[in-house]
Write a protein that binds this ligand. Structure first.
Ligand SMILES: [Cu+2]
Length: 168
């Protein structure tokens, strides 16, 4: 019994360490930063998320060869398309767009296109943390004007887990 108890405790500690991400402080700071209210100019219009009318592309979130990656990390979509981000290995992962990388007039629409659903978001332009294998999160690009929109994974940003979507 004592051995079992220790084993359970050890796995609980390992699980806690894992669930905490690689840098809990950075994650919290990033979340707090993302939650900073947008300038007044960007909150005026908040159009509702429009239904996806085009293709839903897939981007995998993986831990492979010692690296955290979005696969593919460069993706081009058309207006009306969506991207389904799927956590394959090395969670937790999320997808986060940064305010400085999103045109002011697109922030409200993109935030609306990233609903919380059953899981809490880390910020207006962030999806929730995906904890389970094959868990996914879909971002719609309906109503998003053409341009390049870099994104990152909040827990693994410092480890280079970054990508970019080009909206045509
Ligand atoms: Cu990640």
């Amino acid at each position: 019994m004592q051995f079992l108890g220790r084993a359970l405790l050890a796995s609980a500690v390992a699980l806690a360490a894992c669930a905490g991400g690689d840098s809990p402080a950075d994650t919290a700071a990033a979340a707090a930063n993302a939650a900073t209210p947008a300038p007044a100019t960007t909150t005026a219009a908040a159009p509702a998320a429009a239904p996806v009318t085009g293709t839903t592309h897939e981007v995998q979130m993986v831990f492979e060869g010692g690296k955290y990656l979005f696969v593919p990390d460069q993706i081009t979509v058309k207006a009306g398309d969506a991207i389904k981000f799927i956590s394959i290995s090395g969670p937790p992962h999320n997808v986060q767009f940064k305010e400085e990388n999103v045109p002011d007039d697109m922030e409200a629409q993109l935030a609306n296109n990233m609903p919380a659903g059953a899981m809490a978001k880390l910020g207006p332009l962030s999806g929730p943390l995906l904890m389970q294998p094959n868990e996914s999160y879909t971002v719609s690009f309906v109503g998003i004007k053409p341009g390049e929109y870099p994104f990152t994974c909040t827990p693994h940003e410092a480890m280079g887990m970054n990508g970019s979507v080009t909206v045509q």
